[in-house]
Design a protein. Structure first.
Length: 384
């Protein structure tokens, strides 16, 4: 099937096309055609003054619409994927939590099976193992009783049962054997991220030297910056090669800190994430996040102890929030949810931008990131 989507603007990776149509054939983007050159015989979907953008990638999401990755069943992942498609997200990493190892294993197996079967909305790119290899000082919504020490044999077992679908592996770099594990994961094409860590500046920097490439929800769940002990945050800010996740909901991180991080790291090293939990898309109330009870009030999720517990954020709102906080244009802000996460995952040859030969994963939006259509592998999965 061949068809065209035309609009006022198309956001390519390195330029903005005006008054062009996107030609889609057999799941791929095959050409760009001036609107004036289209034939009346062509199958055309006309979005007039709207913008065609690359489909967004949510690198770190736990759940939505009452479902959680840790539910460990196909329906949960499928419902999350359908919800994401309505918000302009075309792919995601299904993210686990610290829990009994049996539940983590069940979730990893389920993710692998769902990837093979396929879901109805946003595609699952793999899993993001957040926990149980964390430390209690910055535990957030991760129960300490299920935290574990790093064990290479155990980790090899997790990779095997996941059918090698783990893409991001979180750990606290101060843990024993962390450098050995980071190097092992790097050899297996798995990105290591520092998360829920009390690591010193020196410990975090050494982990980066060993191959760690990412910081989980920067500022949150890590030792903060002090002028006499820069901490894990200082190591992230001071290393140009480390990617920084960011929950840009103006709750987890103050708008001034959003702007500061962008000034230091640049838009090519910041990845906006939702860190959404099962209350995403639903009203305030009481929910579960992994093993913990969470109260959502005014769309803010907190544990009974008062810690922030994920978010109810939609990625499109994160784009608007950082655009306004840092006074940048929409084109630049969108890179942090498209090509940047794709590059981190090594998937930028197929997804993350609108280019000939890439998968036809796109969304149609306006300047305020209202979603009008979502296309995944050439198939229209959502239309307003």
């Amino acid at each position: 099937m061949t068809y065209y989507i035309k609009s006022k603007k198309i956001f390519k990776e390195d330029e903005i096309l005006l008054n062009y149509a996107l030609k889609i054939k057999n799941k791929k983007i095959v050409d760009f055609v001036k609107n004036s050159k289209l034939s009346p015989e062509d199958e055309i979907i006309d979005y007039q003054d709207k913008i065609i953008i690359p489909g967004m990638i949510d690198l770190h999401i736990h759940g939505a619409v009452g479902k959680d990755v840790m539910d460990g069943d196909y329906e949960a992942l499928n419902e999350i994927s359908k919800y994401l498609a309505k918000t302009g997200v075309t792919s995601f990493l299904a993210t686990t939590l610290t829990a009994p190892m049996s539940k983590i294993k069940k979730a990893l197996i389920n993710i692998s099976q769902a990837m093979k079967k396929g879901v109805e909305g946003a595609k699952i790119l793999g899993s993001y193992l957040e926990g149980p290899y964390l430390t209690e000082e910055h535990k957030g919504a991760h129960p300490t009783e299920f935290m574990r020490e790093l064990n290479l044999a155990e980790i090899k077992g997790l990779l095997e049962l996941s059918n090698d679908t783990i893409k991001v592996f979180a750990l606290a770099p101060e843990k024993k054997n962390s450098h050995k594990i980071i190097k092992f994961l790097e050899k297996n094409n798995i990105k290591t991220t520092m998360a829920h860590t009390n690591a010193s500046y020196e410990e975090a920097s050494a982990a980066v030297e060993s191959g760690l490439e990412l910081a989980t929800h920067t500022f949150n769940g890590m030792k903060g910056l002090h002028h006499r002990e820069p901490g894990a945050l200082g190591a992230v800010l001071n290393n140009k090669d480390v990617y920084s996740e960011l929950i840009a909901d103006n709750i987890h991180v103050h708008p001034a800190a959003l702007e500061l991080l962008l000034k230091i790291k640049g838009s090519d090293k910041v990845i906006l994430i939702s860190d959404c939990m099962r209350a995403g898309g639903l009203s305030d109330g009481e929910y579960m996040l992994g093993e913990l009870k969470v109260l959502v009030k005014n769309s803010i999720a907190r544990t009974e102890a008062g810690s922030l517990a994920g978010s109810t954020l939609e990625l499109r709102d994160a784009v608007i929030n950082i655009k306004e906080a840092a006074d940048i244009d929409l084109y630049t802000a969108l890179k942090m949810v498209t090509i940047v996460p794709a590059r981190l995952l090594g998937m930028d040859k197929k997804i993350g931008s609108i280019e000939k030969g890439k998968n036809a994963n796109i969304a149609v939006v306006d300047e305020m990131m209202n979603i009008y259509s979502t296309v995944i592998d050439g198939k229209i999965v959502y239309r307003k």
